[in-house]
Design a binder for this molecule. Structure first.
Ligand code: MTE
Length: 316
């Protein structure tokens, strides 16, 4: 990603290598051993209400990939969550700064059931399933994560969007007093994202409350986030407080920041390069060497029809 006021330390994060990651992990292990509770605060202080939602034996979704999971420690300690800082280790280190209790999601715009909902109002425990998805970051690294969630479409349907709802806009918590990243003018806060209504309703789009069998740690977007597996990771907005059904294409945080680099669609597409680097290959965290990036992150069969007839180099 690009920030408007880059620092030398941010730059290094773009060129991450497995060796560097392992070094960071070792450092964290040492910190944990030394009793630095903040290093794992996200796991120690899970959102109580979401925790009660997590089924002990969730059903495995047929949409799951059979690829090997990324190590949990890596997936929870190598994050982009700019509200908590701009380095990859800031989010886990500062996870406790995200206050997730109480939490409500405001639903508004073109729907029959606007209102303020708790996470439990939106998600039914018995519907939660485990979805093992690849997450491909625009920075050309990827992970495989067992998420716990429900199809966003099933939740949106209960909110009864009207025919005017052509897009769905999402917003992350705004809390600059507690979230250090929001005290710097790096993005136009709060973080916002959007999907076309058919993308939002697609069965692969997941409204997520957990990972690795447990409630989401704060650094991964507690208590509720979306995961859109065929799009670059930044479309998967974390810690959602607002869902709005709208008629016009909504603004998105990264498109607002650098429109020539990040379009609204942001589908994983190896043939459309990022202006500053290729998207043809990716490094799977925990592996040495690179593997080819797949069109729509490997979900081409399921989602290509959503974009039939669109010039994907124009609608990137
Ligand atoms: N959501 C918010 N609110 N703030 C962010 O900075 N970063 C995005 C996305 N969602 C981000 C966000 C990016 S760039 C990525 S790669 C994914 O979250 C990372 O998700 P993960 O930490 O669960 O791997």
């Amino acid at each position: 990603m690009l920030i408007r006021t880059p620092r030398a330390s941010d730059e290094k994060e773009f060129a991450v290598t497995p060796r560097k990651l392992y070094q960071q992990r070792r450092q964290f292990m040492k910190q944990c051993a030394a009793g630095a509770a903040w290093a794992t605060a996200g796991w120690l202080l899970p959102s109580e209400s979401s925790a009660s939602l997590i089924p002990s034996n969730p059903k495995r979704s047929p949409y799951s990939t059979t690829e090997e999971w990324t190590d949990k420690q890596a997936a929870t300690h190598y994050n982009n969550f700019y509200e908590l800082g701009y380095g990859k280790t800031d989010p886990s280190r500062r996870a406790h700064m995200l206050i997730t209790e109480p939490w409500t999601v405001t639903v508004e715009g073109h729907c029959e059931k606007p209102g303020t909902y708790s996470v439990e109002d939106l998600i039914r425990s018995e519907e939660i399933e485990e979805r093992i998805y690849r997450l491909r970051c625009v920075e050309a690294w990827s992970m495989v994560i067992p998420w716990l969630g429900v199809s966003l479409g099933s939740v949106l349907k209960r909110l009864q969007p009207t025919s005017q709802a052509r897009y769905v806009a999402f917003q992350t918590i705004m809390d600059p007093e507690n979230l250090p990243g929001q005290r710097r003018d790096v993005l136009d806060w709060p973080y916002v994202e959007g999907l076309r209504i058919d993308e939002a309703m697609h069965p692969l789009t997941l409204l997520t409350v957990g990972m690795y069998g447990k409630v989401l740690p704060n650094q991964n977007g507690a208590p509720i986030r979306i995961v859109v597996p065929w799009k670059y990771g930044f479309k998967s907005i974390k810690s959602i407080v607002r869902i709005r059904f709208v008629e016009e294409q909504p603004p998105t945080a990264w498109n607002r920041a650098t429109p020539h680099e990040y379009g609204f669609y942001s589908n994983v597409n190896p043939t459309v390069r990022h202006p500053r680097w290729s998207q043809r290959r990716e490094r799977r965290i925990g592996e040495f060497g690179k593997r080819p990036t797949l069109m729509f992150n490997g979900y081409e069969e399921e989602v290509a029809s959503l974009y039939a007839g669109m010039d994907l180099s124009k609608y990137f």
